[in-house]
Design a protein around this ligand. Structure first.
Ligand SMILES: Cc1cc2nc3c(=O)[nH]c(=O)nc-3n(C[C@H](O)[C@H](O)[C@H](O)COP(=O)(O)O)c2cc1C
Length: 275
């Protein structure tokens, strides 16, 4: 159960905490400090907006489920001008050639520490992460995905219109990796199949990971083929060994790029309807 703490000497009774609360569970009584409404603790999203918006750092929401670590105030320093952000995001590329040196676990943890700030429905934060850090294990899993490619090559699946399964299996046999591109690592976002909004949460968080990786000198690629294999090939699902009831929503390859892109590519024109 969450707990609201208000430091009386700091609170100016400005009401910003109550006004910003998305669950409407904070009230400012006529005489007294901000507090939960009746039953409010049960309905609190524990999103921390009350804490984040308070100009005098007077209020905090705590819960045994929360990581107690906090970050210093950044003020306007956290704002990236549009030209810089645009230049950064436009230069993000899907990386398909990686250095074989592993990325330190500590670096991946720093990256994932940013990713956990991605939005989740009702702040449920129900995502789990599986980082296949051991490259040998990733090759074993990729080999199982290649077994699926071979099976598909023999089938009359309509997917053959898009994918050359036989060609990809042959490339694997000759030392290439058309599935995970010889990435040293793979990051899988998973959650219990009944977790509310988990599919959207997973895509959003993975998109944050994809976007944040270049800031660490790292690169990602969405592992679409691996994901389809995972959905269709039981031996791969069993080898991934997620907790009971969990679904892998998607996976990203991760590593240090072995190529450098010098300029953003062209894109289709924007397709916006205004009303
Ligand atoms: C959902 C999704 C699945 C993808 N699957 C693969 C994949 O299996 N293999 C691959 O090499 N690239 C994959 N990609 C990368 C796309 O081909 C790439 O994003 C697109 O060509 C644009 O290039 P860019 O990301 O460098 O801008 C995938 C991208 C997305 C969004």
């Amino acid at each position: 159960m969450p707990d609201l703490t208000v430091i009386e000497s700091r609170c100016t009774l400005c009401n910003l905490c109550a006004a910003d609360c998305p669950a409407r569970v904070i009230t400012l009584p006529d005489s007294g400090l901000p507090q939960y409404v009746e039953g409010g603790a049960d309905r609190c999203y524990i999103c921390g907006h009350c804490e984040a918006i308070c100009p005098t750092a007077a209020i905090s929401v705590d819960d045994p489920r929360l990581d107690p670590r906090t970050y210093p105030e950044t003020g306007d320093d956290a704002v990236i001008p549009p030209e810089r952000l645009g230049a950064y995001l436009r230069m993000r590329r899907s990386v398909r050639k990686y250095r074989q040196s592993p990325v330190e676990r500590e670096t991946i943890e720093q990256l994932m520490d940013i990713v956990r700030y991605a939005p989740t429905g009702i702040n449920t934060q129900s995502l789990h992460w599986l980082v296949i850090h051991d490259t040998v294990e990733l090759r074993r899993l990729t080999g199982l995905a290649v077994d699926w490619l071979r099976d598909m090559a023999k089938s009359d699946s309509p997917m053959k219109a898009w994918f050359d399964f036989e060609g990809m299996a042959g490339r694997w046999d000759s030392g290439e990796d058309p599935v995970c591109r010889h990435a040293p690592h793979l990051v899988v976002a998973h959650a219990h199949r009944e977790a509310l909004t988990a599919p959207a949460d997973a895509f959003i968080a993975l998109a944050h990971l994809d976007a944040a990786a270049p800031s660490f000198g790292l690169g990602c690629c969405w592992a679409g083929l691996f994901k389809i294999a995972l959905d269709q090939w039981a031996p791969l699902r069993e080898a991934l060994a997620l907790p009971d009831g969990h679904v892998a929503y998607y996976a990203l390859m991760l590593g240090t790029p072995a190529v450098r892109y010098h300029r953003p590519p062209k894109r289709n024109p924007l397709n916006i309807a205004w009303r």
